[in-house]
Design a binder for this molecule. Structure first.
Ligand SMILES: NC(=O)c1ccc[n+]([C@@H]2O[C@H](COP(=O)([O-])OP(=O)(O)OC[C@H]3O[C@@H](n4cnc5c(N)ncnc54)[C@H](OP(=O)(O)O)[C@@H]3O)[C@@H](O)[C@H]2O)c1
Length: 380
């Protein structure tokens, strides 16, 4: 919904969460009145925003991040009456276009900002997540994408979470040299696909574990196309013959240097068998939500180092100039065709430039919470 000129208030559609729980039940889509654009703020029309696993964990109440509830003025979807709702807008990653700049608004976090710029929100404890068609932001809470050449919104909405996660995990956890091997599970995830491609570019080899499935060969082939050196079914991961053949194939009979885990549970521990002694096992996700139990001999006799990784820590320890530098490096890889984003399915909130009925968007959003493929909301 475009801003209504008659009262200067900004109206948009937003997916709001008022209580923790099952995302298919607690994410509610409303017409929201964001009020008039304050003189010191910026109006951004959203373009796209993905649904990431961490968004769902936050809604369920199992993610360590503040929710920052606020009061929204909304239209009741059933009665059309205006009412107030307390909650936060879902989504933690998206790209939008600057539509209007208040006369007293300052610069963006990385310098000047103009109408028409593509921007990514980088900070905010305002409860305004990315699953909304319009938003009002502080100027210093956004980074401007300076060079849009050959870049699509689908590139930009992978930067903040998955691409930078894969990039930093390969750079920061253990020093890796040309030819070193890493093993990862959930290898067909967005983060996993980026990791394969960065590893290939930087001369590291990857062993990639995915769940067994009827179309295993097809998924494995898609990972080989990205540069995977080996792809292993989770059901065969612990087989001694598969272990020795796979390590031989990647030229590391002595074992991999790092295991990268986003799955959890006993199946993830099988990756330890692929590690060299004194190797590192890093956990950055928990798709099964199952704990990892480590037998004492793995510590005592093999001295495996168990660590965690959370990108939020890197973001909190680095200035926005550094974020922009890494993102621009990744965008340049997209431009040069060295990197491709994860395939995502668009879920449109608009048709021919007009927003869909709120009830229709509600249905689409509810279905998106359990989608098998990665989805992103498209606001244009
Ligand atoms: N720590 C951090 O800073 C950080 C940053 C980014 C992402 N992450 C985490 O990284 C993980 C991947 O995120 P993403 O956005 O890349 O995910 P995604 O693209 O949505 O893919 C999800 C992946 O998880 C797998 N999966 C789902 N349920 C599973 C289960 N029960 N057992 C085994 N595998 C399962 C899927 O495999 P199938 O195809 O077999 O379903 C797929 O590979 C998530 O856990 C996310 O929270 C962490």
């Amino acid at each position: 919904m475009t801003p209504k000129p008659e009262d200067n208030c900004v109206w948009g559609k937003a997916a709001i969460i008022s209580q923790e729980g099952d995302p298919t039940k607690v994410v509610k889509v409303y017409d929201v009145n964001l009020g008039e654009l304050p003189q010191d703020k910026i109006l951004v029309r959203s373009i796209s925003s993905p649904v990431n696993p961490s968004d769902l964990s936050l809604i369920r109440g199992s993610y360590l991040a503040k929710k920052n509830n606020r009061i929204f003025k909304v239209k009741n979807p059933e009665t059309g009456e205006e009412e107030e709702v307390c909650g936060f807008v879902g989504g933690n990653e998206g790209v939008g276009i600057v539509e209007k700049i208040g006369p007293k608004a300052g610069s963006a976090a990385n310098g000047s900002v103009s109408v028409g710029d593509w921007v990514v929100k980088v900070k905010g404890s305002d409860g305004l997540g990315s699953w909304m068609s319009y938003t009002i932001v502080d100027s210093d809470s956004i980074l401007v994408i300076r060079n849009k050449d050959k870049i699509t919104p689908e590139h930009v909405i992978t930067l903040k979470v998955n691409a930078t996660t894969a990039y930093r995990m390969l750079k920061d956890i253990v020093p890796l040299s040309q030819g070193d091997v890493v093993i990862q599970n959930g290898a067909n995830s967005g983060a996993g696909q980026f990791l394969i491609q960065f590893a290939r570019m930087w001369g590291f080899k990857t062993i990639n574990v995915i769940r067994d499935r009827p179309d295993f060969n097809e998924v494995a082939d898609s990972l080989f196309e990205l540069g995977a050196d080996a792809v292993v079914k989770d059901t065969e991961l612990g087989d001694p013959k598969v272990i020795s053949e796979t390590l031989e194939k990647v030229g590391a009979p002595g074992g991999a240097k790092m295991a990268i885990n986003c799955v959890g549970g006993d199946v993830s521990m099988l990756m330890v068998k692929y590690l060299s002694d004194r190797g590192t096992f890093v956990t950055y996700g928990a798709m099964t939500t199952e704990p990892i139990s480590v037998p004492a001999p793995i510590f005592i006799f093999r001295n495996i180092n168990f660590v965690g990784f959370w990108l939020a820590v890197w973001y909190s320890e680095n200035p926005y100039s550094k974020w922009a530098e890494v993102w621009e490096e990744i965008l340049q890889m997209f431009r040069e065709g060295k990197l491709v984003p994860q395939k995502m399915v668009p879920v449109p909130w608009y048709c021919n430039g007009s927003p869909l009925e709120t009830s229709k968007i509600q249905q689409l959003v509810t279905d998106s919470m359990t989608a098998k493929s990665k989805v992103y909301f498209k606001f244009d």
